[in-house]
Design a protein around this ligand. Structure first.
Ligand SMILES: Nc1ncnc2c1ncn2[C@@H]1O[C@H](COP(=O)(O)OP(=O)(O)O)[C@@H](O)[C@H]1O
Ligand SMILES: C[C@@](O)(CCOP(=O)(O)O)CC(=O)O
Ligand SMILES: [Mg+2]
Length: 328
């Protein structure tokens, strides 16, 4: 068995706008997806993930490159659930020149699905890394990030940025603007994550923003303003000015809300954090439902979120310096 792990991430700034060429600053966090692969004698892909439960279903998917998945739940559910793993293996077949490679894939993840913490990118980065190594090919971090990006791009129907996948592959805090991806220095930040137990559909949310942006010039201006916040945020990061970072995060959340990607439970967690004295709070990732990130060096935000109806989990996030990790 060849195993790799990769971290999830939060966005300090810039999700959604990054899809249209604005800069974004995601930071990898110490919550990981671990993917083990075992090459098979045939071209079948068999995926097992204990963490994958949607609407109470646990899905085990045994499909082949030519046949139908062998499952007992609605196929659309499986398509939604397994799209990223399928496409990651398609990338592996292409980059290794082994179109008929088959694998048994086992996924374990500490990252909630569809919650804005980049579970898809972490699973894809770890899967591509483990499966290529299992076939005797070692990709550089840049190649790995590129293949993982191509995977997200295909699954999200041409609407994805390099931010999540690059951040997960390299770890640390990164700045992504189009194809320009680089590591940046970030101070230790007092990050608190609130999770409403829900999820958002990244592809659909990205498509919604695209539509607004095409329809209204002020929506396009809103996307461009998020870019301005990110640039200002980079200065605050470089200065270690956590209070200013918080103010900019608040503003960023407001603009994401205007673009229609927040929601009642995300807003209520954001307001609970602010009222508890957080320096700033915003949704992270695609939105709809899932997680917020707040800045608070005191325990107040954690306490407030813990008692907030509708907030299912609260934790402090440590920055993950290491990206993909080769386990064995
Ligand atoms: N533990 C897992 N096992 C299998 N697939 C997973 C796992 N975690 C995430 N995924 C894949 O990632 C998708 C969620 O990605 P996405 O909607 O981009 O949200 P996010 O990246 O914010 O978690 C899932 O539908 C599934 O395809
Ligand atoms: C909305 C977006 O900017 C981030 C999505 O993050 P997540 O998959 O929700 O963790 C999309 C992208 O950058 O590909
Ligand atoms: Mg994702």
């Amino acid at each position: 068995m060849t195993r790799s792990s990769a971290p999830g991430k939060i966005y300090l700034f810039g999700e959604h706008a990054v899809v249209y060429g604005e800069p974004a600053v995601p930071c990898a966090i110490e919550r990981r997806a671990r993917v083990g692969v075992e090459p098979r004698d045939d071209a079948t892909l068999r995926v097992h993930s204990d963490d994958l439960s949607l609407d109470g279903f646990t899905v085990e998917y045994a499909g082949s490159t030519d046949g139908k998945p062998d499952i007992d739940v609605a196929e659309s559910l499986v398509d939604a659930a397994m799209g990223y793993v399928d496409e990651a293996i398609a990338q592996v077949r292409e980059v290794t020149g082994e179109p008929d490679a088959g694998f048994d894939v086992t996924i374990e993840s500490d990252i909630p699905l569809g919650a804005g913490l980049g579970s898809s990118a972490a699973v894809v980065v770890a899967a591509v890394d483990a499966a290529t190594r299992a076939l005797g090919v070692e990709l550089s971090t840049a190649e790995l990030a590129e293949r993982a990006y191509q995977t997200e791009l295909a699954v999200q129907e041409g609407q994805a940025s390099r931010a999540d996948t690059f951040c997960s592959a390299t770890g640390g805090a990164v700045r992504v603007e189009g194809s320009d991806c680089r590591a940046i220095d970030a101070p230790d930040l007092p990050l608190v994550i609130g999770f409403d137990g829900g999820a958002g559909d990244t592809g659909a949310l990205v498509a919604g923003v695209r539509q607004l942006r095409d329809e209204y010039s002020f929506a396009a201006d809103t996307v461009a303003s998020i870019g301005d916040i990110v640039r200002q945020g980079e200065t605050a990061l470089a200065d270690g000015d956590v209070a200013e970072l918080g103010r900019l995060m608040d503003f960023n959340h407001g603009l994401l809300s205007a673009l229609g990607v927040s929601g009642r439970s995300l807003d209520s967690m954001v307001w609970a954090a602010r009222e508890a004295g957080a320096l700033g709070a915003k949704l992270t990732g695609a939105g709809g439902g899932g997680c917020i990130v707040a800045l608070d060096p005191t325990p107040e935000t954690e306490t407030a979120l813990r008692y907030l109806p509708g907030c299912e989990d609260v934790f402090r996030a440590e920055l993950a310096d290491e990206g993909v990790r080769r386990l064995e």
